[in-house]
Structures are given as C-alpha cells and as structure tokens.
Ligand binder design. Structure first.
Ligand SMILES: [Zn+2]
Length: 135
C-alpha cells in the first residue's frame, strides 16, 4: 500500500472554471502513457489536469492550466539544481524554500503552486543559491 503524506482532496470541481472533473487515461492526454500509473484528473471545461500518485487516486497537485504547468516546470528546475549540487539535501532545500515563501514545509510542493507562487519560488531559489555559495 502506498502512503502519501498530506494528500490533497480528490478534485470534483475545477478551481479555474468550476466545471466537472473526470478521470482520464494518459492516452487521452498525451497519446501515450508515462510511468506505471497512467491516470489523471482533467476538467471537462478548460482541460486543466493533474496526474495521480502511483497506485492511488490521490492527485499529485492541483489542476494545472497550460500556463501553470509551464511555470511549475520552469521554476522548479533552478530549485532542483540546489540539492542536485550536493550542497543541500533535498529535504533541507524544501525546508529553506518553505521558510522563504512563508508556508508550511508540508505544503511546499511545486504541484500545489499557482503561477504567482512558482515565480516566488524561483526568486527564493536564487536567494538560497546565493546563501549557500557564500557560506
Ligand atoms: Zn476547468
């Protein structure tokens, strides 16, 4: 049994347009499957979507529009570089990011961020970079 910490609720209504959310297969989203668990939630209205944690029905984050998906991807990569450098552990990197964003460590997931939060996280990653490379 897979256990997910701090699961988000199953989306039933889209937070962007209010339409109904359905379960779709990756084939419907991408024309192919990724990973072992090819399921996602998708809004019938605006088409925003989010994947599920493997072998559960728990969403990986909040329903994301194209703009949000791009922001999450773009802003996550400079942050990931911080712990990939080996100067910080992944867990410490998330702790520092949460502190800078003024949110709970448990709520600090790019999959949960909107565009504005992604941009703040990118700026925070820059600040953390400066701090760890000056110390
Ligand atoms: Zn929608």
């Amino acid at each position: 049994m897979n256990r997910v910490k701090n699961p988000l609720p199953i989306p039933s209504e889209c937070q962007h347009c209010g339409d109904t959310v359905e379960i779709v297969h990756h084939d419907d989203l991408y024309g192919r499957s990724y990973g072992d668990w090819p399921w996602a939630y998708r809004c019938k209205g605006c088409g925003s979507y989010v994947g599920m944690h493997p072998f559960t029905n728990i969403p990986l984050g909040t329903l994301a529009t194209t703009e949000m998906r791009e922001a999450r991807k773009r802003c996550k990569s400079p942050f990931e570089a911080l712990y990939k450098s080996g100067r910080l552990t992944r867990s410490d990197a998330y702790k520092r990011l949460a502190e800078k964003l003024g949110i709970e460590h448990e709520a600090c997931h790019f999959g949960w961020f909107d565009v504005e939060m992604c941009l703040k996280a990118e700026q925070a990653a820059r600040e953390i970079f400066i701090e760890i490379y000056r110390s």
